[in-house]
Design a protein around this ligand. Structure first.
Ligand code: TXA
Ligand code: MG
Length: 317
């Protein structure tokens, strides 16, 4: 895309947001389905397009840290420190909301999720628009988040007024969600910014993600799932399986396996690259009409936590 095209697309995006329409916006994590966060009718369209239950709260994306005051109150020093350290970046902060935040955004709760994404296209749109943009991942409810503009087109097509092209998302899995609205700082959804990084910045312990934390749609078991039946196997389970495996399956593997190339998708051994590739690989495999997708378990370490979380969900359908 040329520079003048890009500028034209930006202007179009901002006009659509101001008019209450939907714009798919690239971020460094996944593509978001954006609407003016102050416009209830526009936000309503997000739920319709995604077929998402209306009590699930949305993240508000902002372009400047100064705008935090417009959305949140009682912002603790810890919250400021995290915002200043990790924004723009793959971190969402849950804070006490100001009275004006509409119920469709908060799911009727007293808190609001906020994030400054680290992607030039998203930042340009947000800064020009000037207000908050509510944006969940731009997939239909329960499906894999899109990490390319093409994937958004497959997921939502005509339900969006404009899809901004921003290349493949560099992080590839959704942001780390940290609740800083109470006494105890707690991680609600693991992401590529790890609990230990947050604890190191704050010089205090951070509660790890609890399974089934309330009101976080990312915590539902049936989330981020391919249509193809997907199984997670330890390396030894996989060895047993391969002894008398039949049918059309593909393995997302970290180890070397003595199987044909057609059956094997070797995944990167660095967690950052694995995360970058994961959703795109699952999305492509899902189109092949396989009987099964098998994911080889990943290592135990903290740097793999977000990936473990996403592949467990993919395999729990
Ligand atoms: O990386 C991301 O976070 C992407 C990009 C587009 O920014 N967005 C994303 O949005 O993953 P979504 O809606 O798919 O997931 C947002 C999560 C949901 O699980 C939602 O329940 C949770 O954030 N959330 C939002 N506001 C909340 C709140 N006030 N309290 C608790 N959870 C909240
Ligand atoms: Mg989502």
């Amino acid at each position: 895309m040329t520079y003048s095209n890009l500028k034209e697309e930006m202007t179009k995006a901002v006009d659509i947001l101001r008019a209450g329409g939907l714009v798919a916006i690239p971020t460094e994590t996944v593509y978001g389905l954006g609407a003016d966060a102050h416009n209830p009718a526009a936000v309503q369209k997000i739920f319709q397009a995604k077929q998402r239950p209306s009590d699930h709260p949305l993240i508000v994306h902002i372009g400047e840290i100064d705008q935090l005051h417009k959305w949140a109150v009682d912002i603790s020093p810890a919250a400021w420190l995290l915002a200043k350290t990790f924004w723009p970046g793959p971190l969402t902060l849950i804070l006490k909301k100001v009275p004006g935040v509409i119920d469709q955004i908060t799911g009727g709760q007293e808190t609001v999720g906020l994030r400054i994404p680290n992607h030039p296209v998203a930042l340009a749109v947000l800064k020009t628009f000037g207000g908050g943009v509510a944006a969940p991942s731009a997939n239909r409810f329960g499906r894999i988040s899109p990490t390319t503009a093409e994937a958004v087109r497959e997921e939502l097509g005509d339900a969006v007024d404009l899809i901004l092209e921003g290349g493949q998302c560099s992080v590839g899995v959704e942001s780390t969600i940290v609740d800083v609205s109470g006494e105890q700082v707690a991680i609600l959804r693991p992401g590529m910014i790890k609990a230990e990084q947050i604890a190191a910045v704050l010089h205090q312990p951070v509660a790890a993600a609890r399974k089934n934390a309330p009101r976080v749609s990312g915590s539902l078991e049936l989330h981020y799932a391919p249509v193809t039946p997907t199984k997670l196997m330890s390396t030894s389970e996989l060895r047993n399986f391969l002894r008398d495996a039949a049918g059309r399956f593909v393995i997302l593997a970290l180890s070397d396996w003595d199987v044909t190339e057609e059956v094997l998708t070797r995944m990167p051994s660095a967690p950052e690259i694995y995360a970058h590739d994961l959703y795109q690989v699952l999305r492509e495999l899902d189109k092949r009409g396989l009987e099964q997708i098998i994911i080889e378990a990943v290592p135990e370490g903290a740097e793999w936590e977000a990936i473990r979380d996403r592949i467990c969900r993919a395999a729990s359908a």
